[in-house]
Design a protein around this ligand. Structure first.
Ligand SMILES: C[S@@+](CC[C@H](N)C(=O)[O-])C[C@H]1O[C@@H](n2cnc3c(N)ncnc32)[C@H](O)[C@@H]1O
Length: 255
């Protein structure tokens, strides 16, 4: 045994061989762990790269369709992603809805309002719990010359549904007629478990026969549970889920 081996505590004979084997095994395990972390990073990078491309392409198509007179405001963490906004725009342009209701305002509000303007028909009522943000969205709509919308100051209020109590938008500013298109992207999930559930019992009975409901974040656990509960309680609504970045559920009946 040379001096180096002695320095590392190796001994001659069986104990020395065992110690060497254990060290080799530990090195192999460490190498395998490093390799698998690197592979996971590569996969994540590829996924993010693919998503980035999808978002850029969606934004490109969206802006091409909208032909807005100015830029959209910057995207924030809470903003709808371009692939969601593009789906919203496609539905608004193809279906030409008269009454659109939205839960949770932002970029989608501006996109829908612009589509209604291009359609030359329809109006959007957007429920927003945050008064400052509602003011911001109204200002952006004015900057872009959009008029077919009302961003409603709708604070979250105690809302009894059956024997359950929820927090949901104060809905008194909504119009009376049947809703042709409903976009559900709020309230934020931190408000309560299954934060978006009340939209079902409160708004689904008001849907027009050929209405469409678009639900963002359909891949998230909370929204999946909300969708599952709606499916039990509103079996007449068929559901399709699109593979947008966050998942988009499309609910329809009779079309
Ligand atoms: C999921 S976001 C709604 C996003 C919106 N539908 C859109 O497409 O941008 C839910 C709530 O987050 C808040 N929010 C959204 N975007 C925000 C931003 N850029 N800055 C601050 N708050 C925002 C608003 O109160 C909104 O009602």
């Amino acid at each position: 045994m040379d001096a180096t081996a002695r320095a590392f505590g190796y001994r001659r004979g069986v104990p020395g061989t065992l110690a060497l084997s254990a060290t080799l095994a530990a090195l192999l395990l460490a190498a395998a762990a490093i390799w698998s972390v690197r592979a996971a990073f590569r996969r994540a990078r590829r996924r993010h790269g693919a998503d980035l491309l999808r978002q850029v392409n969606a934004l490109n198509e969206l802006l091409g369709r909208l032909t807005l007179p100015g830029p959209l405001p910057p995207f924030g963490h809470g903003s709808g992603r371009p692939d969601f906004l593009l789906e919203v725009a496609r539905h608004a342009l193809e279906r030409r809805p008269s009454i659109v209701v939205e839960c949770g305002s932002g970029l989608s509000t501006l996109v829908i309002a612009r589509c209604l303007e291009l359609n030359g028909t329809g109006r959007l009522w957007s429920l927003e719990h945050d008064a400052d943000f509602a003011r911001f969205v109204r200002g952006e709509a004015a900057r872009l010359g959009l008029e077919r919308l009302a961003v409603l100051d709708a604070p979250l209020v105690a809302t009894p549904l059956g024997d359950e109590r929820w927090l949901w938008y104060e809905p008194s500013g909504l119009p009376d007629g049947p809703i042709d298109m409903l976009v559900i992207d709020g309230p934020p999930g931190r408000v309560q478990p299954l934060a978006r559930y009340p939209a079902g019992p409160i708004l689904f009975p008001r849907l027009a026969a050929d209405a469409v409901v678009l639900v963002d974040d359909a891949r998230r656990g909370k929204e999946r549970r909300v969708l599952a509960r709606w499916a039990r309680e509103f079996p007449a609504l068929a559901r399709e889920v699109r593979g947008t970045a966050r998942g988009l559920a499309i609910l329809t009946r009779g079309r």
